[in-house]
Write a protein that binds this ligand. Sequence first.
Ligand code: GAP
Length: 491
Amino acid sequence: MEPIVALCKRRGFIFQSSEIYGGINGFFDYGPLGSELKKNIRDCWWNDMVRRRDDMAGLESSIVMHPRVWQASGHVAGFTDPLVDCKASKQRFRADQLFFSAIVVDGVKVGYVSALESERTSEELQEKAEQFKRKKALQGQLEPVKPLDMTEAAADEIELIPSPATGEAGSLTPPRAFNMMFETHVGAMRDASSVAYLRPETAQGMFADFKAVIDTGRFKVPFGIAQIGKAFRNEITPRNYIFRSREFEQMEMEFFISEDDDWQKWHRYWIDWCRDWLLSIGLPASHLSEFDHPKEKLAFYSKGTTDIMFEYPFGVQELWGIAARGNYDLLQHQEASGVSMAYFDEAAKKKYVPHVIEPAVGVDRIVLAALCSAYAEEEVEGEKRTVLHLNPRIAPVKAGIFPLVKNKPELVEVADRLYRTLKRRYNVFWDTSGAIGRRYRRMDEIGTPWCITVDFDSLENGTFTVRDRDTMEQVRMTEAEIRALLDEKTS
Ligand code: GAP
């Protein structure tokens, strides 16, 4: 991750939020290039998911909703993570990310070790157990560690498990449920009656507005409601850069189907759609996999959830969840609000509360996946080049425009005209400083797919040198051909 984080900071993709004040954990800012990259991802999704389909309604619901929404949805009671406090260091850990093991020598328990979840949790626990045995000069056979997380610790084990913060036992508390919703107050009064929440997901906007969309839009089941927007979760341990943050952005869609429809068919359809879409923005198939949540871990109303996983540098992690949620959410809102969520199906001549398939993904996780898989350090003619092989659809800058030299007004004039024309439609970058090779390298590093150089031949025959970022090949093209190329590859 280190070179990627450094590049993002150096070139203005991503900054720590409020960095001048030391930063605030779990919050990030997207700089000039990062905001373009993110916008391109959002736009691709919106175009493919909403505009190019006939069965999709777009929505932009409010971030703060009536607090009863979150009671009905179950978030007030149950949107919790198990939290363990370390009383000595005042640090907090997610219980399911804090692992421990008994140290067993010749079949006898002699102590405990702990480690925070990582790619090497088991190895770290084993190393700590070996150190413990050496330090205490214990003789006998050390058994391999058996990692468990703190939610699995027996009550009498908790005080024996060392805190990862201090290395000493006795300071960890038993896990308790910690609600991750950010609370706020609406209006001038700050009492229990004014409590509201920053939404922890965009999905409830689609359920709460289901009736309004149906009544105003002439949509027929099966159809979907999609939205992109910020979500907020007071994560106990935000980590892995923008992978798990406290303020993030979701792209969610609720696809409503008939109660008699084959939910498995639709579930599969949306898993495939999501995977194909990730490929269309350039994520490599080799980094994608699927994970089916085990039946016994699903919520009682859930029929099935499949996650599309991505191989990040810190491990294979959830990118996109596709859940078959039955009609639980609409029924909950129907009961809590007293407003019927029933839909009259004219073809089937019956009324029912539709079931739903929900593909939910975080924009920030896609940004990170795109950056991680695009980043490369390559050797070109004995020199190192850092390059982002970003797909042209999402690349923040689509082309660099360079007059070959900056002191020939006739070249600059033609280049400027090309730049201004292309800029009306695409985010292109003007660069006159330094040798062409250095200008190429600067564009490679931010993932610009093409560099267009205006040279003396351009004045003669109206063609320009177009250099491809990935192959580094150069061809001559007219302005019309350049526009056709950009149009085809970036839309
Ligand atoms: N409405 C369903 C829902 O919100 P989720 O699995 O909790 O499901 C959906 O979240 C997606 O949102 C995740 O797959 C992930 O991509 C993204 N996401 C969740 N928590 C996140 C966080 N703390 N930081 C960044 N992205 C997050």
